[in-house]
Design a protein around this ligand. Structure first.
Ligand code: ZN
Length: 1008
């Protein structure tokens, strides 16, 4: 049961305790203050499992840092400071920072990301130098020459992924129970490398054939194919096999399709139009249909390799990272919720029963993670959906990969906490200047009744400049009472009982305060910011209950603990060297860990035009499982479009679902091991994340390795379990389970590669590398990831060497996506990127679900001056056009057209000079190109078909995401045009290679 040695070695996270899985339960008690409860966290491997009583001890280990007692912990001092006193001038310098300690840190110091690989010599890498010194013309002509050799634009029908998006079903399906001996599709779906090469010879130079991608078997199969013999990994018993349905037969027959697109070889240098015109779908795991239809939605749970390599050696050979990407608390329209006094879990490893377990008979089930045989409890024999007794395999728990349980009392050691929301506002002169307080207070007033909660909801407010101001909202007061504490060296809480009050019972006082607050400081000349002391005060106020702190900050904190100094050197912005990506103090991290220990999360809203050291400030959210929002150059008058963005995003923030006092554990089949986590949280033990708050917009990533060979295993499973308190005070557990096949050959590993998940995981790893080593090191490692994997493919899978740059179909977009990462704000060099902006983008990489990470990395470009209703979506009486996605190159732009670039948190609409007068008229309501206003950020709603279509499309894109992308409408001479062109990933810029040049560079390295 102890953590494997390599996992321990890789662990440099705050959790350093090597006794993670030992029985040192008493250690855990130190984590929480006496009287408060410890989380009921089921252990990975309880030492003495017994039914009905869970052993939570092993996961309660404490890190050194979580025991840290911050300054100003004296809570019991008498409140004396109701009258404002002149603030003490803080003269101390900020503490020296220790070596940066990463929340996730499993990357070896040199070369490549992948465990067990030898880094290629960095001298091979001449990306930056060559690009700058090359004469622009030569490359362009070379490119033109090669493009000329390629067949012209393919027809629309052959140029894209025409496969309809897969739909996923959450409702209990009446399907056949899982068949444990037939997880995988029976036949090999790929020809031998030799035949691949023959086929490749024919397909070179062509774009997308019209065959569906992946391993979908749609062509008629060859009859006579038999399913493989029954095989049990390590189970001594076999059991009666339910009769195979017609589906099974169809699958086995269909699996012999001769040339599925997935095994196609792609010569990247010859395939100019590599980007699909519809959003790229996640690969479908090569499992038997009856299993696959029960599998987890890839939007929630996804693996970089949908074919899991049997051994670490095989994984090392593939030079691809193995890991999971999760969006565990995503808003779902359908979610089965089980209320049952018995939650059926494996007695050995505590896995929740799921669609991929096997029933040996009606009374026994075998765990798919540890293979222990468990009894089926009597209660589980009854199926509440069908109301039939004796069908345990048809229970919703066994028919749904995503399910939520109402947790019975053993999952709580104190009553579930009430929702508590504390708002902390910067009211220094600088803050008041921006005018943000007005917007925030208005949004709060508008959404006060929509805050998730119930009659127990509590709310409170703190404001600060060089002093800290509390607001008593005590019942019976005629108006809120402001209490000023000027001793920021040793912050205490005056009248703690009246500062966090019941929302329903004190609504009028609260509304009163929100209406007056924006005016209260308009005459303030106080420029200092005591953010650190204010956060300490907030922490103290929240400690007894836990909850959410929302802090709004507009500048560099200047006084008290946590004060910071500017570290940005504007003339260094373009360089990859000596930039300050690490925190300058550990104050914010330590405070965040204190918060985490008391079930408090801190969300940071940074609204600032000047450098505010987000690298340091961001730690307060990162380690307390909070969110970070950044509004660069926020000003209510000078930058009005930001006001709308803040309003929209605050509405989402204030009203979205929230889970309190949460923990998340990820389990996987014996043999696999998780070693690094990415996201905002505190790692409490090797597989347990502490999430004081969980929100539906947060994504997570984990890296894994193959600890022990997965010999004789056909499939492996992964399960995430998120235990949280809902805003209504229920303890709930949301469980996702994913099942994937195990493969033994390198070509199968490549066949199942999920290029988006790989890109997402590499981006997370690159953020860590940027911080722990350097930006240029991270960039090298990203490029090496492409070189290494394509070299390995060439050396080990291709039996006949081809000219060109060969990639398996699954990885055809890998170089493009990595190039996109290199040009993304987090990792780009050679262009001016403000330090805080870069850090914020890195925070987004770490905390966003994969779908948004991909969009901000590789934006979607659409032509929009010729939208039609053909292929449009119809959603509640609205017709949403679905234009094809274009490659990100100015080559694709015509001066006759208009284009929309959707980069996730920002959109650009570019209008060509010769764009049709009619279109300009119908969409902008102006007579011609010249009269389109400069700095336009809104489209007028006109009563024309063109206007309706475009507005429907843009609104639909915006509705899909939790943040509000600003729309910039730009003409040729617009000052924002460079930002638009910056996203043209495939084109060369002064400091970065074009896609084709990048491919040539990769080819050179691969063919070495
Ligand atoms: Zn188990």
């Amino acid at each position: 049961g102890s953590a494997p040695a390599s996992a321990r070695d890789l662990y440099r996270s705050p959790v350093q305790n090597p006794l993670t899985h030992s029985s040192h339960m008493s250690d855990g008690q130190r984590y929480n203050s006496p009287g408060l409860y410890s989380h009921p966290i089921p252990t990975k491997t309880p030492l003495h499992p017994s039914p009905g009583q869970y052993n939570y001890g092993g996961s309660q280990n404490v890190s050194q840092l979580s025991n840290y007692q911050g300054p100003g912990q004296t809570l019991n001092r008498a409140p004396v400071g109701l009258i404002s006193v002149a603030p003490l001038q803080h003269t101390g310098s900020s503490p020296q920072m220790p070596p940066p300690s990463q929340n996730s840190a499993a990357i070896s110091s040199a070369g490549s990301f992948l465990p067990g690989t030898n880094p290629p010599a960095l001298s091979n890498w001449q990306y930056g130098q060559t690009s700058v010194s090359q004469p622009a013309g030569s490359q362009t002509s070379h490119f033109a020459h090669v493009t000329g050799a390629v067949p012209t634009q393919p027809s629309a029908s052959s140029s894209g992924n025409t496969n309809p998006p897969t739909s996923y079903q959450y409702a209990a399906s009446p399907g056949v129970p899982p068949l444990p001996n037939s997880y995988m599709k029976p036949a090999s779906t790929h020809p031998s490398p030799a035949s691949q090469n023959l086929k490749m010879g024919r397909s070179v130079g062509y774009s997308y054939p019209s065959l569906p991608p992946g391993y979908q078997n749609t062509s008629p199969g060859v009859p006579g194919m038999q399913p493989p013999p029954m095989q049990y990994p390590d189970g001594p018993q076999s059991f009666h096999q339910p009769a195979l349905g017609t589906n099974h037969l169809a699958a086995s027959m269909g699996s012999l399709s001769l040339q599925p697109e997935g095994v196609r070889l792609v010569n990247l240098l010859q395939e100019r139009n590599i980007l699909p015109t519809t959003p790229l779908q996640a690969p479908i795991p090569n499992l038997h249909e009856d299993i696959q239809k029960l599998n987890c939605n890839p939007e929630l749970f996804r693996c970089t390799l949908t074919n899991i390599p049997q051994t670490q050696a095989l994984l090392n050979k593939a030079k691809l990272p193995l890991g999971l990407l999760l969006h565990p608390f995503k808003d779902l329209s359908q979610l089965p919720v089980v209320t049952s006094s018995t939650i059926v879990r494996c007695r050995s490893c505590r896995t929740y029963i799921n669609p991929f377990v096997s029933f040996l008979d009606q009374r026994r089930w075998k765990c798919n993670l540890c293979y222990r045989v468990n009894d089926v409890p009597e209660e589980f024999m009854y199926n509440p959906v069908t109301r039939v007794y004796g069908e345990p395999h048809k229970r919703p728990e066994v028919q749904n990969a995503t399910i939520e349980f109402m947790a019975p009392s053993e999952y709580m050691l104190r009553p579930p906490q009430p929702p508590v929301y504390l708002f902390v506002f910067d009211v220094s002169h600088n803050a008041i200047e921006t005018g943000y307080l007005d917007t925030v207070c208005k949004s709060l007033l508008d959404n006060l009744d929509l805050l998730p909660g119930n009659t127990r909801t509590k709310i409170g407010f703190i404001t600060f400049d060089s002093t800290i101001h509390f607001y008593s909202l005590q019942e019976g007061l005629s108006q809120p009472q402001m209490l000023i504490v000027s001793d920021i060296e040793d912050v205490f809480i005056p009248m703690p009982e009246n500062l966090l009050v019941n929302l329903n019972e004190n609504k009028e006082l609260i509304q009163d305060l929100l209406r007056t607050l924006p005016q209260m400081f308009t005459k303030s000349l106080e420029t200092q910011s005591a953010l650190g002391p204010a956060l300490q005060a907030a922490f103290k106020l929240m400690s007894p209950t836990g909850g959410r702190i929302s802090v709004f900050q507009t500048q560099l904190p200047s006084v008290g603990v946590g004060a910071l100094k500017s570290r940005e050197e504007p003339n260094q912005r373009a360089s990859a060297k000596d930039i300050h990506l690490t925190p300058s103090t550990d104050f914010y991290k330590k405070l965040a860990l204190d918060c985490s220990g008391q079930q408090v999360a801190v969300d940071l809203f940074l609204l600032s035009g000047q450098y505010s050291d987000l690298a340091s400030l961001g730690c307060i959210s990162r380690y307390s499982a909070g969110s970070i929002y950044y509004y660069q150059s926020y000003h209510h008058k000078h930058n009005p479009v930001q006001v709308e963005k803040l309003q929209k995003e605050l509405k989402r923030y204030l009203t979205r679902k929230i889970g309190f006092e949460a923990v998340m554990r990820i389990r996987c089949t014996k043999g696999l091991s998780i070693h690094t986590f990415h996201g905002n949280f505190f790692v409490r033990s090797t597989d347990l994340l502490s999430l004081p708050n969980v929100n539906p917009d947060a994504g997570y990533a984990v890296q894994m390795s193959v600890e022990e060979s997965l010999t004789d295993m056909q499939v492996v499973s992964f399960q995430s379990a998120l235990l949280y308190t809902s805003s209504k005070g229920e303890r709930r557990i949301r469980v996702h389970t994913m099942c994937l096949p195990v493969v033994t050959t390198l070509s199968d590993v490549y066949l199942g590669a999920d290029v988006q998940a790989i890109t997402g995981l590499l981006a997370n790893m690159a953020v860590d590398r940027s911080v722990s080593a350097s930006l240029s090191d991270a960039r090298d490692a990203l490029v090496n990831a492409v070189i290494d994997s394509l070299s390995a493919y060439r050396a080990s899978v291709l039996s006949v060497q081809q000219p060109g740059l060969m990639a398996p179909f699954s990885l055809r977009l890998f170089p493009l996506y990595v190039l996109a990462l290199l040009k993304q704000k987090a990792f780009q060099t050679g262009t001016t990127t403000r330090l805080d902006e870069r850090i914020f983008t890195m925070c987004q990489v770490k905390n966003q679900p994969l779908i948004y990470l991909m969009l901000m990395t590789h934006p979607s470009l659409y032509r929009i001056d010729n939208l039609t209703d053909e292929g449009a979506l119809n959603i509640s009486d609205r017709t949403i056009p679905q234009p094809p996605i274009l490659q990100l190159s100015v080559e694709k732009l015509s001066r006759d057209g208009a284009y929309l670039m959707d980069a996730g948190s920002v959109m650009f609409m570019w209008i060509g000079k010769n764009c049709g007068q009619n279109f300009i008229n119908q969409v902008f309501g102006v007579p011609n190109y010249a009269s389109i206003p400069q700095n336009m950020t809104h489209l007028p709603e006109l009563d024309t078909a063109e206007s309706t279509r475009i507005i429907a499309f843009i609104s639909w894109l915006r509705e899909q995401r939790p943040f509000f992308p600003i729309l910039y409408i730009i003409r040729d001479e617009s000052p924002l045009k460079p930002s638009f062109l910056q996203n043209m990933i495939e084109d060369r810029t002064e400091s970065a290679l074009s896609y084709y040049e990048f491919l040539l560079h990769i080819q050179q390295q691969v063919n070495k």
